[in-house]
Design a protein around this ligand. Sequence first.
Ligand code: NAD
Ligand code: LMR
Length: 338
Amino acid sequence: MFTTRQISSIAKRAFSTSTSSNAAKVAVLGAAGGIGQPLSLLLKQSSLISHLSLYDIVNTPGVAADLSHINSDSKVSGHIPDKNGLKEALTGCDVVVIPAGVPRKPGMTRDDLFNTNASIVRDLAKACAEHCPKAHILVIANPVNSTVPIVAEVFKKAGVFDPKRLFGVTTLDVVRASRFVSEVKKVSTEDAKITVIGGHSGVTIVPLLSQSGHSFTEEEVKALTHRIQFGGDEVVKAKNGTGSATLSMAFAGARFTNSLLEATVAGKKNIVEPTFVKSDVFAKEGVEYFATNVELGPNGVEKIHPVGKVNAYEQGLIDAAVPELKSNIAKGKAFIKA
Ligand code: NAD
Ligand code: LMR
């Protein structure tokens, strides 16, 4: 979750007129969508961004014109495929956030999105590799467990892959876990910091409630774990065919982007966020990408934290996550190799 400090600093930035001197160019790809618009609104408030570059296949000129009237200092530009729009959007970017892709409908799994979203992400990744090869790439588009390896393979093919600069955004799982635990334990979300590891779909989402400092009954652990793993389904069902989480995802995406900018642009230390990255933590089990807490630094990934102490129940969750993750990752890699 945003800490109280982060919320108050975002609020201050909303009315601040100054942008940091070394602020970044940040692109949002899929900026006219359900996530893209509120995410762009939140990012427009950041003094660490000098240029917010919005790309989508439709409607970005309107979104950009609207956001450009907000009196924070960052410039906003809107791009569509016409007139080399993607190249214009990406050239000079320090950070690219990718929520482009279709969302789930009730009854679908995230993996059911693969056929449509894999090629969208592949094509956007190709453009990033060409026009901003050193940018930090933040992947929101589902299925994250496969789209992150897709971006990696595209960058490898182009000879520009830097594993420190590629992130699958799993922050929403951590935001949800904090909120759900705070409700059950009747504490502030500040006092409900939950580590969530693994990936971003069903059983690959592994909350480590035993590390939270709270005690839970067996029923609470089972119910909370299920709700955190399948929180996305709750929203998909409630939206009844009109999409999946957008506003909470925009919040989570802005939190992760801001944290990365604090580490890269503002040079802050000890910024730790959970994220799905190339990791050695389960490499022996054949899992190349895995989310744990990651310390962010000037070049992106600074230090990957280990899983830490887990109980038998959580070990069972990890054991269930590993084969699913392995297969999701292999599917993404195979898509590009083919
Ligand atoms: P949406 O349909 O509202 O918006 C997607 C946007 O992407 C649309 O504006 C569309 O025009 C655009 N788009 C499609 N193809 C594009 C392309 N080739 N280039 C640029 N833009 C393109 O969907 P949404 O609700 O914003 O969700 C977007 C994605 O994010 C989905 O795949 C969804 O499953 C995923 N998601 C991930 C998380 C997470 O935790 N990582 C959370 C929520 C949603
Ligand atoms: C979520 O966790 O809300 C997203 O991954 C969207 C989804 O499909 O559930």
